[in-house]
Design a protein around this ligand. Structure first.
Ligand SMILES: [Zn+2]
Ligand SMILES: [Zn+2]
Length: 322
């Protein structure tokens, strides 16, 4: 067999894949990406130090930036709808009736990815009324969601959408973007439901949409290739992360399922220092899913209080992530 043919075949055999896994390397063999520093740890001082985008990026519109306790305007008149984003005008990540007025005129998204089934993220009826035809969610609550959507289809007279169950780490391509569900540190009222955060990719853009979650779990960072034990030298180029709690809410009981501003700030510092987050210059990290009761001050006051590179997203904000 010619050597080239052999390499091609070898690339797809499980044996070859196992040999490429740094954990399976023979003694003295150097893994792709460099030699582990010590004790099997990935090399720390290698990989890119700068990011040059290769594509146009992902356009994100924040349809809602509030947590579950937003059921109307605050005393100062400001309003946050339930956390939801629209990517490239086509793909929704969560959606409730609160955000109906935030969909721009002439825009008709037909696809939605759900993070989990809490009702500040998941509401089948308004999704169908919006014209959703395809739904992605964790396989762990497929039957329940199918029943909910069947009921909503009967109530609205809209067609039943296609519901596609997702496994952790399974990348799907939709409208030119690649979406990978990662495990969240969160739980719905159903303990067997796997709740997701999402990695959203297009060309070189790697955007993390992390809500609802208490910090980033080891497994989530592992799937995204940015974990402590990740041998692949991958990095994020954009971060949207929930900060349900504001400054001073470190010991709030919600820490088991949600993040605070301090936690987002330290997560971003750690990822930046280890080159797992390499944004284009000037790119901010956006916080979302702000609780009405665990943030004091107006949008402007919160924005002023945040450490760089954090910025407070607001409903209707549009950001291009490169
Ligand atoms: Zn929520
Ligand atoms: Zn939730």
């Amino acid at each position: 067999m010619k050597r080239r043919t052999f390499i091609k075949l070898a690339a797809i055999t499980p044996v070859a894949a196992a040999a490429l896994n740094p954990m399976n390397l023979a003694k003295g063999q150097i893994p792709p990406g460099g030699r582990p520093a010590r004790g099997g740890f990935p090399p720390r001082d290698q990989g890119p130090t700068e990011y040059v985008p290769t594509g146009p990026g992902i356009q994100v519109r924040f349809l809602g930036t509030g947590g579950a306790d937003w059921r109307g305007p605050a005393e100062n008149g400001e309003l946050r709808r339930h956390a939801s984003i629209l990517a490239d005008g086509k793909v929704l990540f969560d959606y409730t009736a609160t955000s109906a007025d935030m969909i721009p005129e002439g825009v008709h998204p037909q696809v939605i990815f759900y993070t989990h089934s809490h009702n500040d993220h998941y509401e089948p009826k308004p999704a169908l009324e919006l014209g959703i035809r395809r739904v992605y969610l964790s396989e762990t609550w497929l039957e329940r969601a199918t029943r909910d959507f069947q009921r909503a289809a009967e109530q609205t007279g809209m067609p039943m959408p296609e519901i596609i169950p997702l496994k952790l780490g399974q990348t799907v391509e939709q409208d030119g973007i690649k979406v990978t569900p990662l495990p969240a540190n969160h739980a719905s009222n159903h303990v067997d439901e796997e709740t997701f955060i999402y990695l959203i990719e297009k060309d070189s853009t790697r955007l993390l949409y992390a809500t609802d979650t208490g910090g980033l779990t080891a497994r989530a960072t592992g799937y995204a290739g940015i974990g402590q034990f990740s041998f692949e030298r991958k990095f994020l180029t954009g971060i949207i992360m929930e900060a349900t709690m504001g400054v001073g809410y470190k010991e709030d009981q919600r820490i088991f399922s949600h993040s605070s501003v301090d936690q987002v700030a330290s997560t971003v510092r750690v990822l930046s220092e280890s080159r797992k987050y390499l944004p284009v210059e000037g790119q901010k990290v956006y916080i979302t899913h702000l609780s009405k009761t665990a943030h004091t001050g107006s949008q402007e006051e919160i924005e002023r209080s945040l450490p760089a590179p954090l910025s407070c997203a607001y409903d209707g904000l549009e950001v291009l992530f490169r």
